[in-house]
Structure formats: structure tokens, C-alpha cells
Design a protein around this ligand. Structure first.
Ligand code: ADP
Ligand code: ZN
Length: 731
């Protein structure tokens, strides 16, 4: 008698569906009919009974894949409840490679037919002409010899080992001289070794590592707080080693941009094998084999970007969130979640320790430490006595760059000295392209994106104007589209390409490299540039925030921040915190080895608390100041925020719905709803956008308020609504 089962499908639908099935357990992957097609789903539990059993369709098949672990299923439900996303949309993140659910593909291989295996034909003793054996050649003999000594091999392995072309193997197979067999695939991942010897730790590092290891069994959250270069990575590697020794899996989350070859090499040196990787650059086949190896437990350590949190680990024993303050952990598209917070949830569900690592922890984390909910470990000094760089502000109101130039005389002379000493310098500007704004000198017309409330950014190398929000591209027209004047365009403000032009004119002998996330040639060419810097084939590096993360350049002694005020202008909740973290991290690139470093911050506002704290190396002073500001405004981490973003191609319809929502907005003590307001990006990818911001007291959960709110209004089908709990972007 088949049972009624709730099956969750990896689709943004309201909930699970009931099906009939036999001999199935929660977590099993199954194929079910959905309308006219078939789809893969996961058995979630007993049927809801909402549909009569005689109306239910039956499960078509059970897939030969490890079932989705119970913890992963509970995690999916909890993430869905917290983010207000449909559980199926969260499930989709956990099974993002449906091909991994097929049984592993067997490898086609060859061996000698049983009769032939024990006789190598001797020259001169060959059979009659016309028989297969008559075509015996030295090449064929080598193929036989290889198979006689070893196991079955694939066509390409066999050809390589015998030193023959694959054609020889194929011809032998066609002539019946070889027998086909299928072999299971070889393990795709090495085994990182928890007993492999690491470096000798300093006393402070050893204390931190021992404390971490001592607490591995009790779960809980620990902040590992230490300046850049203090050995945080070495210390958390010790916790990974202990987890491996305990026979459990470990997950290390890194911001995608920090997932560099350097980190992987370090890991391999420390553990004798590479970890499994999980990020957006994997090919379909790599994704498939990583997912499968994680699900079967073959992969012991996984390093990945935020989505790795949803992988189906059967026995996760440790979660590390490196650079925990990074905004990259917040996903905005689709399911809006903060991976650091969800990592804490994942750890809590499995009673597994979570380690948050940073030189500039987020205010959220620091508040949890202050409240006693998280433990904290400190590494106060750089390893091997390397000094922290000296940070100075360059007041651009006094030390003015020349017209249409961006480098102050003070920064130029520091660059001169550094280059003269044969050391490397970095100019940091978090702006891709040549110029952020192109305007007509004649009529003042600004070149805007047709789909977004945004200026088009000139990319001179590519010869294009680009929108950094939707990817729209166009050639710069001959004449102004507004007034028709030809050749009237002026580039306003600098991007990194423009800085490269300025420095090339100032230092014609210097070898200059540009490093941005949109560098032509993608991650491979970024890696090549990093190698060139490490080999000291570059004197001056100009880069966006991609240079700030995870690279150690021992010869780099000067960092010039071209526009330290840039991130402060946006004025959102975390502008000051984020700018402090980013500039602190960029500054940390200077003087990492024996050489002392210096950092110059070009600013029009040297009295700004962020700049002052960076100059005085007073992180704790800055945090105290910023915490007080947040507390006074009841902003996170002292209050809660949630955003509702409406978008539609219909400009009138969207305002009607926004007014309706405003009428029935939640209210009460400790609850405030702001909006509807046109979003700063009021037009994005051709859709109009309106925002609400729900602000509530720390002890009030926003989710039930929002659920009740949305139940009161019927949203038309052409309108999209995104709920963002704990928003980080206010655009
Ligand atoms: P963080 O993660 O705090 O920035 P790292 O772990 O990357 O610091 O250490 C900075 C540099 O110092 C790295 O090159 C690392 O290999 C080296 N280092 C740190 N601790 C040790 C140690 N105990 N022995 C040898 N080298 C170390
Ligand atoms: Zn656009």
C-alpha cells in the first residue's frame, strides 16, 4: 500500500506537494510528474493529506544518490522561514546540479580477452594472413604488454602508457583483440591529512589554536580577531586539522573574490592535498563531481563561496567564515540571505562549532561578543614582528592635484621614492573603467543608462560606455544625443584606467599593471597578473577592491588610496563601517614582510571619524563611536530592518499597489514603516522600483509582521516583490 508523501520540489512554489510512493524515506531524491513534465524532488515527510489519496499521482522513480541529510533539510526549512523565501527556492540552492543526482558515470576501459591474456604472440609464430592476429605490430605488442602487467585502462590511459596513438587501441578493440569493461570513476579529491605537520606556531597563535580545538566538541560561535598578517589562517588550519583527525568534514567559506590560488596552495602545503572547491567559476562537470563527493563524504574539506553552505554534508564538524565582515556574504538576488548569519544557524542546528574570522569584525559580531553569545580569541601582533604600516591622511584641500589629475604632489613623491628603492606600490581606487561620468560640455547632458537610474561608465580600453548595474553597453556617439554638438564630450572623474594613464605619464619607466574584477580574460588573467607581481615584474599596481583580498605581496611597501571618501558618500547605514573595513584591509597590503610599509589616504575630509581612526590605528575607538551612533538611531545591530522592494514595468500599477500596501502597513510600539519611496535606483533593468523599510525593535521578529502584511494585499502577476530581511543594500 503506497503512502502519501510530501515532496519538496526545487522551485519557487509555496510549499511541498503530496505524491504516492512506496519504500521511500525522508531525504530520498525522487522523480515525480509535474503537469506534463517530470521533475526531481526530495521526500520531505509524510503527506499533508490536503488532497484525497485517490487524486494523488505516484512517484516515478527513486534516484541512486545519497539522501539529503536531515540537518540539511531542517536547515532549508529554517532559512526559508527566516528569509521568507519559498522552501523550494532554498532547496534549489542545495541541489544546484541535478546531474549530480544521476549515478556516477562508469569509465569505459579495456582489458585483454581471457584467452589472450596469458600468451604474447612471438614474432614468427603469428597466425595465417587475414586473421586479426596477423596484424601484430610493435605498437600492438606494447599495448598488450601494458595490459598484461596492470589493470584495465581507458583508451587514452592505455595509449599514453604504451606510447602509441589512440587509433592503435581503437583498431585493436574493433578487431576483437581487447575486451570492454566498465570501471567506477576514480576518487576526484585527495585526502587532506590532519596529521600533516604545520608550521611552528608563536605562543599567541598556539594559545588561540589550543583554545579553538578544546572547544570543538561543544559547538558555539567563536570570533578569531587579529590584525592582517597575524596568522589567523594558520590558526584556523589547526582547527581544520583537528576536525580531520576526528574524521569529520570541514567547510571554509571565503568571499568569492578572496578564493585565490594563493589560498589553495597554502592549504595544499599544510594538508598535502587540495580541498574541494565550490564557486561560480566551476564547470558543470566540476560542480557535479564536487557535489557528489561532498554528499558521499569523500570530500573532507570544502572551500567555497557563500552558496557552499547549502551543500549536503553528511558529517560537517566545523564551519569557518573567513573575512566574516565582508558584504559579499550577503546574497541579494533570489533568496536574500546573509551567509555568515546562516552559517551560525547551520552550526547551531548541528551543534557544530562556527568560527568567524576577521581583522575588522562586523558590528553585529562584536555586539554578540560583548553580549557573551560568542567567544572571542585575539591575535594582537603580526607574525615574525612585521610592523603595521604607518597610515597618513593627505588633505586634498591643501595638497592639490593638478587640473584633470588625481594624484596629489605628496602621493606622487612617495611613489617616486618607493619606485626608486626598487619596491612595489599599489594605487587603490574602487572604480572600474576610465571615468564614471561622461557629459556634454556644450549642454551639460549626462550619458545615462536607458534601463537604470545610473550613469554610463566609460571603458576606454574596450571603447565602450557601460552600465555597471545591468550590463548595457554602447559606443560613445560622435555627437551629443541632446544638443547634437559633435566632439563635445568630457570625461568626469577618475576610474582605474584613467589613473593608469596618469601614472604612465608620470613614471614612464615603471612597469604598471591594472587589476580589476572585469579584467579581460577573467580569473585566469587575474591570476597571471598576481604571479607577475609576486615575481616583481610589476612596479606599480593599480586596482579596485579585488586587490584588497587575500593576497600577500612581500615587496609592496606603499599603498595610495586615491579617493578615501568614495565609500562614505553613499550615506547608507553601513557606509562608515564598510569604508573603515575596506581601507583597513587595503592598508594591510603594505609592508607584510621585513619591509615597513606606509599608507597615504587622499581625502577632502581628514576629520571624518573613519579617516581619523585609520590614521591613529584606533579600531576600537572607531567601533565604540559607530556603535554609539547605531544605538542612538536604533539601527542594526541595535534594531532590526527588513526591506520590501516592489518592481514592475508598469509605472502606474506599481504606485497603486504601493499605496495599498502603505494603507495596511504594520504598526505598533517599536514598529515603524518607512515608504513607499522610489528606490535610489528607481529604474533598474527597465523596471520601476519602490521600497518600504520596516524598522523594529530588536525583540520583535519582522517575519510574522511581513507575512500578515502581505496577506492583506493581492499582488498583480506583473509585479515582483522582493523581501530582504537584514538588508545591506539600500539601492
Ligand atoms: P592572517 O590570516 O591573519 O592575515 P596569515 O595566516 O595569512 O595571517 O599569516 C600571514 C603570513 O605569515 C603568511 O605568509 C603566513 O604563512 C605567515 N605565518 C603566520 N604564522 C606563521 C607561523 N607560525 N610560522 C610561519 N609562518 C607564519
Ligand atoms: Zn543599466
Amino acid at each position: 500500500m503506497p503512502d502519501s508523501l510530501a515532496i519538496l520540489l526545487p522551485l519557487p512554489l509555496a510549499g511541498s506537494y503530496d505524491y504516492l510512493g512506496e519504500n521511500l524515506a525522508p531525504g530520498d531524491f525522487v522523480v515525480v510528474p509535474l503537469g506534463k513534465r517530470e521533475t526531481i524532488g526530495v521526500v520531505w515527510g509524510p503527506g499533508t493529506g490536503e488532497v484525497a489519496a485517490n487524486k494523488l499521482k505516484a512517484v516515478i522513480a527513486k534516484l541512486d544518490a545519497p539522501p539529503l541529510p536531515e540537518i540539511t533539510r531542517r536547515f532549508i526549512d529554517r532559512v526559508a522561514a527566516y528569509t521568507l523565501a519559498p522552501p523550494g527556492a532554498v532547496l534549489r540552492m542545495a541541489m544546484s546540479v541535478s546531474t549530480a543526482l544521476e549515478p556516477p558515470r562508469m569509465i569505459a576501459a579495456w582489458r585483454l580477452p581471457a584467452a589472450a591474456a596469458d600468451q604474447i604472440p612471438v614474432p614468427g609464430e603469428m597466425g595465417a594472413p587475414g586473421q586479426a592476429a596477423a596484424k601484430e605490430t610493435p605498437a600492438r605488442r606494447r599495448v598488450r604488454a601494458v595490459l598484461q602487467q596492470g589493470p584495465a585502462r581507458s583508451t587514452s590511459d592505455l595509449a599514453r602508457e604504451a606510447g602509441v596513438g589512440t587509433g592503435v587501441v581503437r583498431a585493436m578493440a574493433a578487431a576483437g583483440l581487447l575486451e570492454a569493461v566498465s570501471l567506477p570513476p576514480l576518487p576526484a579529491f585527495g585526502r587532506p591529512d590532519g596529521f600533516h605537520e604545520g608550521p611552528a606556531l608563536s605562543p599567541a597563535q598556539r594559545d588561540a589554536a589550543e583554545s579553538l580545538i578544546a572547544h570543538l566538541a561543544d559547538g558555539g560561535v567563536t570570533l578569531l580577531d587579529g590584525v592582517t598578517g597575524s596568522g589567523k589562517t594558520e590558526v584556523y588550519f589547526e582547527a581544520v586539522a583537528a576536525t580531520l583527525r576526528a574524521g569529520r568534514q570541514a567547510l571554509v567559506l571565503l568571499p568569492e573574490i578572496a578564493l585565490t590560488g594563493q589560498w589553495l596552495e597554502r592549504f595544499e602545503q599544510r594538508f598535502g592535498a587540495r580541498p574541494a572547491e565550490w564557486h561560480s567559476d566551476l564547470t558543470g562537470a566540476e560542480r557535479r563531481s564536487a557535489w557528489r563527493a561532498i554528499a558521499t563524504g569523500e570530500a573532507r574539506v570544502v572551500v567555497g563561496a557563500r552558496s557552499a553552505l547549502f551543500l549536503p554534508f553528511p558529517d560537517l564538524g566545523l564551519v569557518i567564515v573567513d573575512e566574516e565582515h565582508e558584504q559579499a556574504y550577503k546574497q541579494e538576488d533570489g533568496v536574500a540571505y546573509q551567509a555568515r548569519d546562516m552559517a551560525v544557524l547551520r552550526g547551531h542546528l548541528a551543534r557544530v562549532p562556527v568560527l568567524l574570522v576577521s581583522a575588522t569584525p562586523s558590528l553585529e559580531t562584536l555586539k554578540n561578543v560583548a553580549g557573551g553569545r560568542y567567544r572571542a580569541l585575539h591575535l594582537p601582533d603580526r607574525h615574525a614582528g612585521a610592523a603595521l604600516p604607518k597610515v597618513r591622511a593627505v588633505d586634498l584641500r591643501r595638497d592639490r592635484p593638478a587640473r584633470q589629475r588625481w594624484l596629489s604632489p605628496g602621493l606622487v613623491s612617495a611613489l617616486e621614492e618607493t619606485l626608486a628603492q626598487g619596491e612595489q606600490a599599489l594605487l587603490f581606487l574602487n572604480r572600474r573603467g576610465y571615468a564614471p561620468l561622461t557629459l556634454c560640455r556644450h549642454c551639460g547632458h549626462r550619458m545615462n543608462c536607458p534601463n537604470c537610474t545610473a550613469w554610463l561608465v566609460e571603458h576606454r580600453h574596450a571603447g565602450r560606455l557601460q552600465c555597471h548595474h545591468c550590463g548595457y553597453q554602447a559606443r560613445l556617439p560622435e555627437a551629443c544625443p541632446a544638443c547634437g554638438t559633435a566632439g563635445s564630450f568630457a570625461a568626469c572623474g577618475p576610474g582605474v584606467e584613467r589613473l593608469a594613464e596618469e601614472t604612465a605619464a608620470l613614471f614612464p619607466a615603471a612597469r604598471i599593471a591594472l587589476l580589476t574584477s572585469d579584467t579581460l580574460g577573467g580569473p585566469r588573467s587575474v591570476a597571471l597578473t598576481i604571479d607577475r607581481i609576486l615575481r616583481h615584474e610589476v612596479d606599480l599596481l593599480i586596482g579596485t577592491q579585488i586587490v584588497a583580498k587575500g593576497h600577500h605581496f612581500p615587496m609592496l611597501t606603499l599603498v595610495g588610496v586615491v579617493d578615501a571618501d568614495l565609500g562614505l558618500n553613499g550615506g547608507d547605514l553601513r557606509a562608515a563601517e564598510r569604508t573603515f573595513q575596506l581601507l583597513h584591509q587595503v592598508a594591510g597590503r603594505a609592508g607584510r614582510a621585513e619591509r615597513a610599509g606606509q599608507v597615504l589616504l587622499q581625502t577632502y575630509d581628514p576629520e571624518n571619524p573613519v579617516i581619523r581612526a585609520l590614521v591613529a590605528d584606533d579600531r576600537d575607538g572607531f567601533i565604540a563611536y559607530e556603535m554609539a551612533e547605531r544605538r542612538a538611531a536604533s539601527m542594526p545591530p541595535y534594531g532590526r530592518l527588513a526591506a520590501l522592494i516592489l518592481s514592475s514595468a508598469d509605472a502606474d500599477g506599481i504606485d497603486r499597489i504601493a499605496r495599498e500596501l502603505a494603507r495596511v502597513a504594520p504598526s505598533g510600539p517599536g514598529i515603524l514603516v518607512l515608504g513607499p519611496a522610489p528606490a535610489p535606483l528607481a529604474l533598474l533593468r527597465g523596471r520601476y522600483r519602490r521600497r518600504f523599510l520596516l524598522k523594529c525593535r530588536r525583540d520583535i521578529a519582522p517575519q510574522p509582521l511581513i507575512r500578515a502584511w502581505l496577506a492583506k494585499v493581492k499582488l498583480p502577476g506583473n509585479l515582483r516583490l522582493q523581501v530582504d530581511i537584514d538588508p545591506y543594500s539600500f539601492l
